[in-house]
Design a protein around this ligand. Structure first.
Ligand code: ZN
Length: 320
């Protein structure tokens, strides 16, 4: 009997679904905007009917075994299959996701948080292919990540482990969304880049970044800082250089703790790769322990927007 995996990536902006073979070939995929206008519960009901239609159409007339894997933003209590304060779906705190999906879809269903799904997708089909010990980092609005040890994603006691973005790099640093201070996320995320840029402009007396008015500057996006760096803007270049050094400190901690073969870095902020990776690897090679730092490869993600969907399919493949 043929097996098909349905990978679903539930993001704050878009939902992506793919029918994937056990070898990781994507046979069909769709994408549509996440509609939260009627609340999280209505979104979940809509998701279920979309998955059912997608499975029916994608595997029509084929006698097959189908498994579903779903990646969702935010922490999941993996023991109970319950969402914990999902950032994009605030009214779904405490929602029994696994039970709900299994009841509604009646197919074997695996769940995983989106950053772990990204990490597993890159390990299966992307830049960390073939590695058994590796870490994934996504640089987006926030910083997410996952840690794979001996081929298995690290979940910790409740499934909440691997929060790479909340490694503390500076105990006196800026406040983080998690309630802590100076986490990797406040330096290496899109929001962190915005903040560091505004601070740097303030310090410089308003120079640089295409001479916008103060009013406009408040709305500056990390994307615009990247564009400014491409044009050679000194402040933007310094911000990415500093961001890269902090990211390097994060990598030092990961390398010393987990001795990974590879660290794969993705997410939309990683488009600025050329502007931060130099200081990242410099810090890594200065500070990580000698035995560990020699072998680790720092690689740019390869699966693009498909990583989460592929990783979700992979968790379905590995479902016991
Ligand atoms: Zn934090």
């Amino acid at each position: 009997m043929e097996q098909y995996l349905v990978g679903v990536d539930v993001g704050g902006t878009n939902i992506r679904m793919g029918i994937v073979t056990p070898e990781g070939h994507v046979l069909k995929k769709i994408q549509y905007p996440t509609d939260m206008s009627l609340g999280g519960m209505a979104m979940m009901e809509g998701l279920v009917s979309k998955i059912k239609d997608f499975v029916r159409e994608g595997t029509r007339g084929v006698h097959s075994e189908i498994r579903i894997g779903i990646g969702v933003a935010g922490p999941i209590d993996m023991r109970r299959g319950v969402l914990i304060a999902p950032p994009n779906l605030p009214d779904l705190h405490g929602f029994p996701l696994r039970e709900f999906l299994q009841e509604k879809i009646s197919l074997p269903t695996a769940i995983e948080n989106d950053a772990n799904a990204f990490t597993l997708g890159e390990g299966w089909k992307g830049a960390a292919r073939g590695a058994l010990n590796y870490c994934g980092i996504t640089l987006g609005t926030g910083v997410g990540g996952g840690i794979v040890v001996a081929g298995k994603i690290l979940h910790g006691a409740e499934g909440l482990g691997g929060e790479v973005g909340h490694m503390v790099l500076n105990p006196e640093g800026p406040l983080c969304g998690c309630g802590g201070k100076g986490c990797l996320e406040v330096y290496a995320s899109g929001n962190g880049i915005r903040r560091m840029t505004l601070e740097a402009i303030e310090k410089s007396g308003g120079k640089g970044i295409v001479h916008k008015s103060k009013e406009d500057l408040r709305k500056i996006t990390s994307e615009e800082v990247f564009e400014a760096a491409q044009k050679g803007d000194e402040i933007a270049l310094k911000v990415f250089n500093d961001m890269g050094s902090y990211l390097g400190l994060g990598l030092v901690n990961l390398v010393n703790l987990f001795n990974p073969e590879k660290i794969v870095i993705g997410g939309k902020v990683s488009r600025a790769w050329d502007y931060f990776i130099g200081s990242t690897t410099e810090v890594l090679h200065q500070r990580a322990m000698k035995g560990q730092r020699e072998k680790v490869e720092i690689v740019h993600a390869e699966c693009g927007d498909d990583a989460g969907m592929l990783g979700a399919a992979y968790t379905a493949l590995k479902l016991e």
